[in-house]
Design a protein around this ligand. Structure first.
Ligand SMILES: Cc1cc2nc3c(=O)[nH]c(=O)nc-3n(C[C@H](O)[C@H](O)[C@H](O)COP(=O)(O)O)c2cc1C
Ligand code: SF4
Ligand code: SF4
Length: 251
């Protein structure tokens, strides 16, 4: 059973590809933010998510903690990222211990970086190359999951510990906020931002989006707005927006 969280579609792309190759089902964990999940699977558990400040998103960790899983307890983690996952596996292995999962490893998959608050979105030609590479890396690892062996171990160092530790904590505490979201007059009141927010943090009031405080900076609202009417202060002004293409079945 494949569980994913995704803001701009990279992790959904990987989850859909895994479901296709492994003939398994895919669950969008955003549907379980406000309710408890109970899952039974005879196939391994595969968790797919973006990397947020060198860790799995808090909301995804919370989903795993509060959900009930029975059946096959082999757990594979696949983290899409713009570059690297630091020492994300520290929290993941602890989580597996708590849940009684057999930790089968972490596979980082480099995909276009969606964090336009800090970086520019990659250019079109880079995007297709990155997705092609990601596709190959997943294909190369399918048999590992099918045969229930571990992903290749990842090496980490003291700096990785710092990134996934104190820097992650600081980023969530001081940086991941909603007050800088602003909507321009070009907004056409289509409601897409409200619909795509995985945390249901946006409400259209007088036909314009208003943000609550429950945000994980997934970048979905900014990136899916059809007229680029949303900005995050000056940080995103004039920048390209990035959303991933849909995975197309290969069978
Ligand atoms: C809040 C935030 C933090 C991020 N932190 C990292 C990071 O620490 N390392 C990294 O390689 N990429 C980082 N990224 C990039 C995303 O992990 C990457 O683009 C991911 O594939 C997005 O997945 P999605 O399209 O499924 O949401 C970050 C993105 C966001 C929005
Ligand atoms: S997605 Fe963009 S255009 Fe549509 S309601 Fe939201 S801000 Fe307005
Ligand atoms: S408000 Fe925007 S950035 Fe925050 S969680 Fe919702 S869609 Fe993601």
């Amino acid at each position: 059973m494949i569980f994913y969280f995704s803001g701009t579609g990279n992790s959904k792309y990987c989850a859909d590809m895994l479901a296709d190759k492994l003939e398994d089902i895919v669950i969008n964990t955003a549907d379980y933010i406000k309710k408890d999940g109970k899952f039974n699977s005879d196939k391994p558990l595969i968790f797919v998510c973006p990397t947020y400040a060198w860790k799995i998103p808090k909301v995804f960790a919370d989903f795993i903690k509060k959900s009930n899983f029975s059946g096959n307890n082999n757990a594979y983690f696949i983290m899409t990222c713009g570059g690297e996952t630091g020492n994300a596996q520290k929290e993941i292995t602890d989580l597996c211990m708590q849940k009684g999962f057999i930790y089968r490893g972490l596979l980082p998959i480099v995909m276009p970086d969606n964090y336009i608050v800090l970086f520019p979105a990659p250019k079109e030609e880079q995007i297709s190359q990155m997705i092609e590479k990601a596709h190959k890396k997943i294909n190369d690892n399918i048999n590992i999951i099918k045969t229930l062996v571990n992903f290749k171990p990842l090496n980490t160092n003291a700096f990785d510990n710092l990134k996934s530790g104190a820097i992650n904590t600081g980023m969530y505490k001081f940086f991941i906020k909603t007050k800088k979201f602003k909507v321009e007059n070009t907004c056409i009141s289509c409601g897409k931002c409200e619909k795509v927010c995985p945390l249901n943090n946006i409400k259209l009031i007088n036909n314009k989006p208003v943000w609550g405080n429950d945000c994980t900076h997934c970048m979905a609202c900014i990136s899916y707005c059809p007229v680029s009417a949303i900005d995050y202060g000056k940080a995103t002004k004039g920048k390209r927006r990035y959303t991933c293409c849909e995975y197309k079945k290969e069978r």
